[in-house]
Structure formats: C-alpha cells, structure tokens
Design a binder for this molecule. Sequence first.
Ligand SMILES: NC(=O)c1ccc[n+]([C@@H]2O[C@H](COP(=O)([O-])OP(=O)(O)OC[C@H]3O[C@@H](n4cnc5c(N)ncnc54)[C@H](OP(=O)(O)O)[C@@H]3O)[C@@H](O)[C@H]2O)c1
Length: 226
Amino acid sequence: MRILILGASGRVGRLVVQGALARGHSVTALVRNEASLASIAAADGALTIVKGQPQDQANVEKAFAAVAEDAPAAVVVTLNSARTSDNPFAKPISPPTLMHDAHVNVLAAMKTHGTRKIVTLQAHGVGDSFPTLFLPVKLLVRYSNMGIGYKDHEQVEQVVKQSGLSYVLARPVRFIEGPSAHVHFYGNKGEGLGSLKTATRASVATFLLDAVEKDEWDGTTPVISN
Ligand SMILES: NC(=O)c1ccc[n+]([C@@H]2O[C@H](COP(=O)([O-])OP(=O)(O)OC[C@H]3O[C@@H](n4cnc5c(N)ncnc54)[C@H](OP(=O)(O)O)[C@@H]3O)[C@@H](O)[C@H]2O)c1
C-alpha cells in the first residue's frame, strides 16, 4: 500500500520510511528539505518525496495527490515539537501548534482522498496516560518546555478522535538508541508500567508500521516500551 509520512526527515521518521520500503510499501514523504532523504535507497518509484510544510494545507494536498493513480491508504505522522536540543528547558523552535495544524490538514485531505487510517507518534504522558508518568517526568511536562509538545499532542488527540477516521495514537516511553526489539504494551494509560522503561526509536518505528498493517490497535492510544 502507499503510506504518506509526515516527519519523514526525523529520527523515527527515517526509520519508518526505510521500514515501509523494506516491507514492500510505496512511500510518499512530505519534507521541508528534500535532501534529508537523499541517502535512502529505494526501488524506482517506491519513494516519492514532496517538498512542503505540514502546516500548509496546499502542501499537504500536494503530497496526497503526488501519485494521482495511487492515493495513500494510510498516513504516519512522526513530527516533533522541536527545541534547540533534547534538553527539556531548551528553546522551542517549532510553532507551538505544529502537530495540531498538520493533523487538521491531513485529516481533511484523508477524507477527500478516501484514506482510511492515521497512525501518529505521540508520547507516554499525553492525555489520560499522564497519571502513570514517573513524578520527575510529570514535573518536567508541567514546568519545562517539554510541556509545549505535550499540549500540542493533546490537541492532536482531540482532532483525531473527533474525525471519525481510523487511528492509532502511539504513546512510547523515553527513547534510547538501539536496534528494534520486542515491544511491551501497557494499555491506553500505561497501567503497570515501571518508572525506568525505555524504547528504541527503531522499535517504535516497527510498531508504527505494524499498526498501519494490522487492525489490532485501531481506536487506541497504546503505551509501549521495550
Ligand atoms: N524523545 C523521547 O524520549 C520521546 C519519547 C516518546 C515520544 N516521543 C515523541 O517522538 C517525537 C519525536 O520523534 P523524533 O525523535 O524522530 O523527532 P525528530 O528527530 O526531532 O524529528 C522531528 C521531525 O519533525 C519535523 N519538524 C519539526 N519542526 C518542524 C516544522 N516547524 N515544520 C515542519 N516539520 C518540522 C522535522 O523536520 P525537519 O527535519 O525539516 O526539521 C522532523 O522530520 C515527538 O512527537 C515526541 O513527543 C519522544
């Protein structure tokens, strides 16, 4: 199937693009900088790169229509509310409603193009999984610039759930580097999750693609870790 990926130039996004191609899917990637995907090897026609900005409805529409005879069957979003570094107090550099605005555009285009499903990368601690966060992380979400991304994720959750479209909103725990490994599930809210769990970006990318291909997690917000 054709999968449209927003955030394809990011650390998880690139792994999703590579994984989707390896599974035999076609990929359309909407990126600000086309060169960011230049090193990804793809069979002829398997990877379509569209230059544009996810907050711009016309750019999103261009990505959906990029391969006229093959509209995306699913969308994966791996955008980040970026800061100058991963330090929770680092200065924000993405617009505070980047992910919400991108989803408003994507959900509208999905309805126009008959795209069935959206799988979005969110985070443990978003929405009703906040109570199961480790206390120090709760404080960071409340009082550092990390909170801007969490607020944006929560607005995404609202518009996705209101859309009536099929969705999976993944809530992984803290990322670490490493290969793809077995993924554990802790319900929608993180029930039974310990305080020190981590997940590799590769495992998260694998899960996002599993969630595209299977119906098992549709309509859920799974908290996941390795
Ligand atoms: N870090 C963790 O421990 C952790 C844990 C759980 C969940 N998460 C979630 O995982 C996601 C981050 O994944 P990641 O590490 O792969 O992020 P990343 O490497 O920072 O990638 C971010 C992506 O967002 C795009 N982006 C950022 N600002 C943009 C803007 N203004 N306009 C257009 N595109 C923009 C980037 O595009 P450019 O390449 O053009 O900048 C890039 O494709 C976040 O949603 C976060 O909440 C993180």
